[in-house]
Design a protein around this ligand. Structure first.
Ligand code: GDP
Ligand code: MG
Length: 196
């Protein structure tokens, strides 16, 4: 099921263990329990029935090469934001090391939406002079009856943040592939405009 949904565009949309110069470190941040690890697990392909195309580099680091718009890109996904065991330094570390960020909230949890704004501001402070690609991610879109944050609010917030916006559902695997393709496109847009 996973493989089909992930590879729906073309059979070669996932290439295993190829890494090149198009390698981006993408960091998941956001309030506890909004679904960061669930999104990471889909990326990692833990639901794949047989072999996985993903390399697990560490407990909360995953690497995968995708084909996006005819060009391959390797994403190293970091899901260590909630790792309390390692202490507070890990959050500072996360803020510094990303080439791109997925700021995740749950559409069923307004506090997590507000937290997302806080994180956007923190990120801007930590990386002042850089134009970092960010996607604001409203996860748990399947829980329609529990919705506390509207699509319009999410979108408006992204405009203020100057970033992209997408609603996803890790539970039903809606828009997850699009999310990771989207972040690759955002990184490329900046790269291409620098080359000009
Ligand atoms: P994290 O703390 O941000 O890493 O969040 P988790 O991935 O651990 O998810 C927290 C809880 O929310 C778990 O019980 C997940 O099964 C559930 N969850 C995550 N994503 C979704 C989603 O898209 N829809 C629904 N209904 N539940 C989700
Ligand atoms: Mg987690």
């Amino acid at each position: 099921y996973f493989r089909r949904s992930w590879s729906s565009e073309s059979s070669d949309s996932v290439i295993s263990s190829e890494s090149g110069s198009n390698c981006y470190r993408v960091v998941l941040i956001g309030e506890h329990s909004v679904g960061k690890s669930s999104l990471a697990n889909i990326f990692a392909g833990v639901h794949d029935s047989i072999d996985s195309d993903c390399e697990v580099l560490g407990e909360d680091t995953y690497e995968r090469t995708l084909m996006v718009d005819g060009e391959s890109a390797t994403i190293i996904l970091l899901d260590m934001w909630d790792n309390k065991r390692e202490g507070e330094w890990i959050r500072d570390h996360c803020m510094q090391v990303g080439d791109a960020y997925l700021i995740v909230y749950s559409i069923t949890d307004r506090a997590s939406f507000e937290k997302a704004s806080e994180l956007r501001i923190q990120l801007r402070r930590a990386r002042q002079k850089e134009d970092i690609p960010i996607i604001l991610v409203g996860n748990k879109s399947d829980l329609v009856r529990c919705r506390e944050v509207s699509v319009a609010e999410g979108r408006a917030c992204a405009v203020v943040f100057d970033c992209k916006f997408i609603e996803t559902s890790a539970a039903v695997q809606h828009n997850v592939k699009e999310l990771f393709e989207g972040i690759v496109r955002q990184v490329r847009l900046r790269r291409d405009s620098k080359e000009k």
